[in-house]
Design a protein around this ligand. Structure first.
Ligand code: SF4
Ligand code: SF4
Length: 380
């Protein structure tokens, strides 16, 4: 119901919305021990103060505040944006809490960390664990994953696979993510073999952002197709089991409050289709919070002169209808700008499909036993 309303409000370009974001992104930890080029943690970006990204760990209080407001409406919660989530020892507890709202949960990590409690991640009910490994040997891997230790990563992947077997669970799905650069393209087949031998479910060959401005020797591979190599894929029945993994712990009061939410009793007339002015889908579907409680509209990082902090979690106001959300939606609807118009008016990266896109929604609703709703929502 929430995703349907979201789509209607997106299509009619409403500036004040009733739907709640169904894609949540949060950083359990803003910091990272690696320093990949182009990232907010790279030596170059930190030296030049290119981003406004203070380090810190997400507190239980801030997490609860966020998940209480948005969790029951969410289809997916991603536990990373610009930080290493595994560095926060409370991350597995946060994942379990999100599962109590029936959201699918995903984490992405370098896993180049000394302390990794694999059993806690398996017990959390986590759906997907993406591990970023862009190479099959240390010398190739560390060209992008600066300070990373590939043997430590492999050891942690093994720990996760073993913990999963000990628990008799198929979750989390372990996906090796391989950003394809010119310098590592020759190791892709070796990486596929290694992923299979470690017990990963899949390996995702992905196209990276261009970081050549910071290091011209690091270039995206040309002619390498982005693809998923299936190694040990699960089927929809498996996902159905994990969708409601902790049936006895469902936060019934929160779900009930969500059903009692003031849904508009309106017909389609209340949502006239907008002119075809382009707009950013994130402003209607997602919200992002960093470990300091800053609420951002999307995965872009705030920077000097780049106004992207739309609200703060400690505010009592509606975090999805902040004055900056409204001003940004108004900018796309009518072109109007004013002193409160945020960075969106200057944004050069404007996605026209939601971050949690129709494919994710279909997958989520199929796991929830509602495949027809998923098909219907498949056209954003
Ligand atoms: S591992 Fe991720 S968060 Fe850490 S420096 Fe690299 S890109 Fe940034
Ligand atoms: S317009 Fe750009 S800055 Fe604004 S929410 Fe969309 S992607 Fe983010």
């Amino acid at each position: 119901m929430n995703a349907t309303l979201s789509r209607a409000e997106y299509r009619s370009r409403r500036t004040v919305v009733t739907a709640r974001p169904f894609g949540l992104i949060l950083d359990p930890c803003n910091g990272c021990t690696l320093a990949c080029p182009g990232c907010v943690h790279s030596v170059e970006t930190r030296r030049n103060g290119l981003f406004d990204w203070p380090r810190g760990l997400l507190s239980r209080q801030r997490f609860d505040n966020y998940i209480e407001r948005f969790g029951p409406f969410a289809a997916m919660v991603k536990f990373w944006n610009y930080g290493e989530p595994v560095l926060n020892p409370h991350t597995p507890e946060y994942i379990r809490t999100a599962k109590r709202s029936l959201a699918q949960t995903v984490i992405s990590s370098s896993l180049s960390v000394r302390h990794f409690d694999a059993d806690a991640y398996v017990a959390s009910g986590l759906d997907y664990f993406l591990v970023s490994i862009d190479g099959a040997t240390q010398s190739v891997y560390e060209r992008f994953r600066r300070n990373g230790d590939i043997e430590l990563v492999f050891q942690n992947v093994r720990k996760l696979v073993e913990a999963r077997s000990r628990a008799g669970s198929k979750f989390p799905v372990i996906a090796w993510q391989y950003l394809a650069f010119e310098h590592n393209r020759h190791e892709i087949s070796q990486a596929v073999e290694k992923a299979a031998s470690l017990g990963c479910n899949e390996i995702r060959i992905a196209r990276p952002f261009d970081v050549g401005r910071e290091d011209p020797s690091i270039q995206p591979a040309t002619g390498v197709e982005a693809r998923i190599v299936a190694l040990d894929m699960l089927d929809v029945e498996d996902y159905a089991v994990n969708w409601n993994r902790f049936a006895g712990e469902i936060d019934g009061a929160a779900v009930q409050r969500a059903f009692e939410y003031a849904w508009p009793a309106a017909g389609p007339d209340e949502f006239p289709p907008a002119s075809d002015n382009f707009t950013c889908s994130w402003l209607y579907t997602s919200t992002v919070m960093d470990s300091g409680g800053r609420v951002l509209p999307c995965c872009c990082a705030p920077a000097p002169g780049q106004d992207l902090v739309f609200a703060h979690i400690e505010s009592d106001r509606d975090l999805f209808n902040s004055p900056k959300h409204i001003a940004a939606r108004e900018f796309f609807r009518s072109g109007a700008t004013g002193p409160g118009t945020p960075h969106c008016a200057k944004c050069t990266w404007i996605p026209n499909t939601p971050d949690i896109d129709p494919v994710h929604l279909r997958h989520y609703l199929a796991a929830a036993g509602e495949p027809e709703a998923g098909e219907w929502l498949g056209h954003w």
